[in-house]
Design a protein. Structure first.
Length: 450
């Protein structure tokens, strides 16, 4: 596909060998780029050990190098996702598994070219110049080119600059993240059904980190000395998003939307057709509120589902405005259902509203009765609902609400501290997971009730 695209892009007036020279350059870059990602003492040791185990024929595919860096990078990444500790200690099982994975990736990546982000963009532009059909063929496959782009997700260590960028977020959520990690480690062996004992394998907690939240409220502080900052989007509070990661450990948290009707093939994964489809994710309103408070002096005045706007009142109106559901004559449409509640599969589809304020003017404003607001607390409340008066917690995913409800029924509704709350949640979580049929009935009942 690379050779065909480049040859189509160069006209007969160009140097006829230019396309071949550029293809050779891209191949060389593709072979050396992953070697730089393996440039650590730990990974160099793995490469040296692996080179002694491969056959001469396998080694010849990587000449002049002892191993193929792209295949090794993907093999190490896959094994680290599954059994990080065994790989670090170079246990015999890890060595066999790495060799097996390396050979699989060697066959899979043979005759492929690894592209940097810049090179990918250049090829996309070349394909688009030849027409949208060629671009689509490059991304999804088609008759115009004999191959297509493939995307892989590889976990890499954070750079110092990235760590500095995330420092504020880590500090604001340190207690919550530690509690969630402890709860995840306690139930992963049951929930994932891959390991017989607690502590085996690699436990992951996938969360989407969005530094833009803090940058947004920080820049708003520089623009306005006082006033209101109103944010409306789909999302949830930090506790709910952490619970989403706990009960859906393989959920990436990234929503994909087709940018063009002709690229529906891209919608199966956010890794497909990079740069072409729309990627979005849920807003962390706790982060927006806490970052606003600490970085800009913004005070949270209201937060909750967007239908809280119906609680707003204007003293100059001759009569109150009826609720949307009253004006519609009942929940007759899918849109109205989505307006008032979330679904179990996509819990944050309903929009939320966050109203923040700074300064003196308007500081006594409120959006309806304060007791109806959804609190955004800085400390984690994984066991508790946002408010004590809630009989059912609709802010959490359904399975998470069932775990919290069961823990409170057994150990009491009052929080006894983060450590005690996590222990109660872990025990209840384990008990619910031990009886899948009963758990599914409870989930179905809760879905029907909501």
């Amino acid at each position: 596909a690379l050779q065909a695209l480049l040859r189509q892009s160069y006209t007969s007036e160009d140097d006829p060998a230019a396309a071949d020279r550029l293809a050779d350059t891209l191949r060389f870059e593709g072979r050396t780029l992953p070697c730089g990602l393996l440039d650590t003492q730990f990974l160099q040791r793995q490469a040296a050990r692996l080179s002694a185990l491969v056959t001469q024929e396998e080694r010849s595919l990587c000449s002049p190098m002892q191993v193929c860096c792209a295949a090794l990078l993907l093999a190490v990444d896959g094994l680290m996702q599954e059994d990080h500790a065994s790989l670090q200690l170079w246990k015999l099982s890890a060595g066999d598994s790495l060799l097996r994975r390396y050979r699989q990736q060697l066959r899979r990546t043979n005759q492929t070219v690894l592209l940097s982000k810049q090179r990918y963009r250049e090829l996309r532009r070349l394909a688009l110049k030849l027409g949208p059909d060629v671009e689509q063929s490059l991304l999804t496959g088609g008759p115009q080119l004999p191959g297509k782009i493939h995307s892989e997700e590889v976990s890499l260590a954070l750079t110092p600059a990235r760590c500095k960028e995330l420092q504020g977020w880590r500090e604001r959520h340190a207690t919550r993240l530690a509690a969630a990690a402890k709860l995840r480690a306690g139930v992963a062996h049951i929930y994932d059904r891959r390991w017989a004992q607690k502590g085996e394998g690699t436990q992951q907690l996938k969360l989407i980190v969005q530094p833009g939240h803090a940058e947004f409220v920080k820049e708003a502080s520089e623009l306005f000395a006082e006033g209101f900052l109103i944010s409306i989007d789909y999302g949830a509070d930090a506790d709910a998003l952490v619970w989403q990661a706990l009960v859906h450990p393989n959920y990436e948290g990234i929503h994909t939307m087709d940018a063009r009707e002709a690229t529906s093939e891209c919608s199966g994964s956010y890794l497909a057709c990079p740069g072409l489809q729309d990627l979005t994710m849920s807003v962390d309103f706790t982060e927006a509120a806490e970052a606003g408070r600490t970085l800009g002096g913004w005070k949270t005045l209201a937060y909750g589902p967007v239908f809280l706007l119906e609680l707003a009142h204007d003293p100059w109106l001759p009569e109150p405005i009826p609720h949307l559901i009253e004006r519609a004559g009942g929940p007759r449409t899918v849109g109205l259902h989505a307006w008032y509640r979330h679904t179990g599969g996509d819990p944050w589809a309903s929009f939320k509203i966050l109203v923040q304020h700074r300064g003196n003017q308007g500081s006594n404003w409120t959006l309806g009765p304060r007791e109806l607001m959804w609190p955004l607390q800085s400390e984690p409340r994984l066991l508790q609902a946002p408010a004590k008066c809630w009989e059912h917690d609709t802010s959490k995913p359904i399975l998470a609400a069932l775990v919290a409800q069961g823990a409170k029924a057994r150990f009491g509704s009052s929080s006894r501290g983060v450590e005690a709350d996590i222990a109660a949640l872990q025990q209840t979580f384990e008990e619910l997971l031990s009886d899948p049929e009963s758990l599914q009935r409870s989930i179905d009942d809760e879905v029907a009730r909501q």
